[in-house]
Design a protein around this ligand. Sequence first.
Ligand code: PEP
Length: 257
Amino acid sequence: MRRPFIAGNWKMHGDRKSAKQYIDEFSVPKTAVAKRDIVIGVPFTLLQYWGAYATRVKPYLQWAAEDVHWEPKGAFTGDVSVSMLKDFKTPYCIVGHSERREYHKESNKQVNAKMNALLEGGIIPIVCVGETLKEREAGKKEAVVGSQVRGSIIASAKSLDLSKIVVAYEPVWAIGTGKTATSAQAQEMCKFIRKELAAGLGKQIADGIRILYGGSVKPDNIDELMAQADIDGVLVGGASLKAKDFSRIANYKEKKK
Ligand code: PEP
């Protein structure tokens, strides 16, 4: 049984004032909290505050960094290392988000190096993969996502224990566009990812890895997405910025899978 993982991604939004208001307003019943991991990816500048304040007032509201550098230290202006994230007791970190892959030209090899550094440092990586619209329309979605899964994740199968990682399937065409993949499209690709993970890591490990869907998830589509067999959670951008919407998402209505 995979524990549901409901994650937000604030991207470059938020300051202390809005984080405090958000944490105060966020509300999910104890019954849901007990069964689910609820995590918000926040900018580096909020990690310390979030950790300190949420731990005190909403201990179930965990936090993630949105990126990391793979080197432990060095001349990398503007970057942050795993040990710096650990200073703020950061439990999770997103890597390979399509915005990093696109705007910062991050390759599968770099994403893999980030994942490795996080695992070696004891932080759980949330590794993102997903195809563009052009790639999907050209019939290449499996080829693209398969090579991202192999290059970003399975490349480390021999050297690291990958059983605790979280994988997020985020079709680029559905991110921030209001176009959600249908639950059938999302399920199809999450199932495909699990098959790729099984081929590279073994079925037992693949069956335990949580796979999330991300791309215009909202309060009105969460219940159906979470009812899919291979969708163990979601990664939510825009709708995670409003405490009320993300509370509803985290408090999704469970349906039998
Ligand atoms: C994201 O940024 O990971 C994302 C899925 O964004 P949105 O929910 O806004 O599409």
